[in-house]
Design a protein around this ligand. Structure first.
Ligand SMILES: [Zn+2]
Length: 334
């Protein structure tokens, strides 16, 4: 990235070049005003990540396909300069014991106050259907990876520490979410429930002040309603930011009914959380035709840009409201 100017000088035939061209002098001695321009969210990159995941095939927990996907995500995140770790565990499921692993990448901030940005990366298991999950979840994974590249490129430390968490085992093994399991041990959200238990074990629950969940936000006809269970102040920041960026037709006020998604274990643990999801108006949900032609680079960029622009406001809010327990969500003015 730093080598932008110098090599251009020597393009062409050296013999025909006059010996002392002014451009050569300029390029070797001039200092660019901004040596590292801010890296922008690239929708096409996010799209490439989505395509790559689909190439691996259906990706349920404890399969070779998911393990290849995991290696791909980890390698990409590392190449952005992020420190990456795996949160490995075993879950008892209706299909027996399954090995799972959440992927965690950290962007250290000035404080240890944590803001999480998350997505699940497994696809739902189907016995008789090839389900590749372009919108659920390849698009949200691609968006989160690209958010990681942008955050990793920044020289200045953020006010709070950001963690990107890619959850394993969000999807149920049984076809219906309530078909197996019960309130005590549901057949879904294995990775997010485990991650909350890890935060508790490491005494990080209190310092985790916000959780932003991306799930099914890449549809080419993107329209995001407000999930009723999400924390109001956090949802308001994201929705207002999206509208300020010109996406008022995307961030709409209709209610979105979401039950049993990865933000819920966090809400139950007293952590404020928002789910960015298009469920009821996505006609290809959990169908064989949830394929790459249903998602768009532009939708991923809309959500990626909105989340990135929301982060400093979320950080400011949690710092200002430090004395407030996270379990008492604050209302902010519309
Ligand atoms: Zn799903």
């Amino acid at each position: 990235m730093a080598v932008l100017v110098t090599p251009l000088v020597f393009i062409g035939c050296p013999k025909e070049d006059p010996p002392a061209r002014p451009r050569a002098t300029v390029s070797s001695s001039a200092r660019p005003i901004n040596p590292s321009p801010p890296v922008a969210f690239d929708g096409e990159r996010a799209m490439d990540h989505a395509k790559k995941q689909i190439e691996f095939g259906p990706r349920p927990p404890d399969t070779q396909q998911l393990s290849r996907t995991r290696a791909y995500i980890v390698n990409e995140l590392k190449s952005y300069g992020l420190s990456v770790s795996l949160d490995e565990f075993t879950s008892g499921t209706p299909q027996g014991e399954k090995k799972m692993a959440n992927i965690v990448a950290e962007i250290p901030g000035e404080t240890k106050t944590l803001v999480l940005i998350t997505s699940h990366y497994d696809t739902k298991f189907y016995q008789d259907m090839t389900f590749v999950g372009a919108n659920d979840p390849a698009a949200s994974v691609g968006t989160l990876m690209e958010i990681g590249r942008v955050l990793g490129s920044r020289k200045e430390k953020p006010k709070v520490t950001y963690r990107l968490v890619f959850f394993d085992g969000e999807e149920a093994f049984c076809e219906g979410w309530s078909q197996c399991g019960d309130a005590e041990s549901p057949d879904n959200t294995y990775g997010s429930r485990h991650y909350v238990s890890q935060l508790r074990a490491r005494n990080e629950l209190e310092s985790t002040r916000a959780m932003i969940l991306l799930d099914m936000m890449g549809y080419k006809n993107l329209e995001l309603g407000r999930d009723e269970t999400s924390t109001k102040w956090l949802q308001n920041i994201v929705w207002q930011t999206g509208r300020e960026l010109g996406y008022s037709k995307v961030f709409v006020d209709r209610q979105e009914g979401v039950g049993g998604d990865d933000h819920e274990p966090f809400l139950r643990a007293g952590i404020d959380a928002v789910d960015i999801i298009q469920l009821t108006s996505y006609p290809h949900w959990h169908r064989a035709d949830d394929t790459i032609d249903k998602v768009s680079a532009q939708s991923m960029k809309i959500v990626g840009d909105t989340v990135l622009a929301s982060l400093p406001k979320v950080a400011e809010y949690v710092i200002k409201n430090k004395a407030q327990p996270a379990s008492k969500p604050q209302q902010i003015q519309e």
